[in-house]
Write a protein that binds this ligand. Structure first.
Ligand code: ACO
Length: 331
């Protein structure tokens, strides 16, 4: 058995910022309501026709991660790409990303459908490929253009989401190194499929003109119910992984939860009795960019010096499905 570790991180946020004030001109809402109920002040919106498609943003994030890791295109042996907003339905986004990164070694590439838990799922899969000795360098990516699947006339959802990309290079660690992925837990509670969904456009209900008129091709969500699933599953993940690792909540140096709503993060921190300042928070700046929230937050906190070598970090996610998962690593 080998050990894996994060050797590089990268992220990208689109150039265009959308403020709460901007939203209040589109739907019946206010800056105060959005801030008080979600903690979100701004989010970023991708210009997909001008260098900010999902795979464009992912490629920028990956290049930064590869630079930090000191690896070249030829060294990448697999790409795991968590996304629910690929550029196109076919081919998958990871193939597009491989081409844009100039990776010509025909490495394994696949997209992973686990909504906002996509990055945590991806990291767990990559960790196992490295542990078994199959690969030494894997790109794990989360990138989204949620602005493309949001109904901009639905104030219950359009205020929450944003676009962006984050990536890590997961590499093989030497036996005597302290940096390593320490554990993971993944799960899904399929009883939640109807609370966060896009009704049409899949094979069981191909898109019709009527669907487009009814806006059935956009995200539909029961916010309050999703809130309850989120808190229950994320607290459950964290406790399970801490238990597996024989650690108490405050033994972990940093906690990086999925960034959906500051109230969800604060509720979890309270229940786990986390000391103040342990959570990395980006939801105020970027909103919820699904599979990208966690890798963006990892990259930010490593680059600004908050997360230091030797410190432990817990990633904790939930997403449509309801998928859920957590990863514990020492940087
Ligand atoms: N501006 C003003 N008023 C609003 C807005 C808005 N943007 N949105 C809803 N309201 C109104 C509602 O109509 C309602 O009015 P009513 O009482 O007259 O009916 C009132 O505000 C309260 O609405 P609630 O939905 O109960 O508000 P809540 O406090 O639950 O906040 C929110 C809504 C922010 C959506 C919250 O439920 C939430 O964050 N849920 C979790 C969502 C989430 O995490 N989704 C991401 C999933 S991850 C993925 O896979 C994509």
């Amino acid at each position: 058995m080998y050990k894996s570790k994060i050797t590089g991180t990268g992220s990208y946020l689109p150039k265009k910022i959308m403020t709460n004030e901007d939203l209040s001109k589109i739907v019946e809402t206010s800056s105060e309501w959005i801030l008080e109920r979600t903690g979100i002040e701004t989010r970023y919106i991708a210009d997909t026709k001008n260098g900010e498609s999902n795979s464009d943003m992912a490629a920028i994030a990956c290049k930064k991660a590869m630079d930090m890791a000191g690896v070249e295109a030829k060294d990448i042996e697999m790409i795991v790409f968590g996304t629910c907003t690929p550029d196109r339905r076919l081919p998958h986004a990871s193939a597009e990303l491989q081409r844009k990164l100039g990776i010509e070694n025909e490495c394994a590439c696949f997209d992973l459908g686990a909504a906002c838990s996509g990055f945590v799922y991806g990291m767990t899969i990559a960790d196992n490929f490295i542990k078994t000795g199959t690969y030494k360098n894997i790109l794990v990516v989360g990138a989204e253009v949620l602005s493309s699947i949001v109904d901009w006339s639905d104030r219950g959802t359009c205020i929450l989401f944003g676009d962006g990309a984050g990536a890590v290079v997961l590499g093989r660690a030497d036996e005597n190194e302290t940096s390593e992925v320490l554990g993971a837990t993944l799960g899904c509670d399929g009883s939640g499929t109807e609370y966060l969904k896009i009704e049409t456009g899949g094979s069981s209900s191909p898109l019709t003109h009527e669907d487009i008129d009814a806006k059935n091709n956009f995200i539909q969500m029961e916010g309050r119910t999703v809130f309850k699933y989120a808190t229950r599953t994320m607290i459950g993940n964290a406790m399970k992984l801490l238990d597996q690792s024989k650690m108490e909540p405050n033994d972990v140096d940093w906690y990086i939860p999925h960034q959906a709503n500051i109230r969800i993060i604060e509720y979890i921190a309270k229940k786990l009795r986390l000391q103040d300042g342990k959570c990395v928070v980006t939801v105020n700046k970027y909103g919820n960019n699904s599979s990208a929230t966690i890798p963006i937050a990892i990259d930010e906190a490593i680059r600004d010096g908050r997360i230091k070598r030797g410190q432990t970090v817990m990633l904790d996610a939930f997403g449509a499905g309801v998928t859920t998962g957590a990863v514990l690593f020492r940087f």
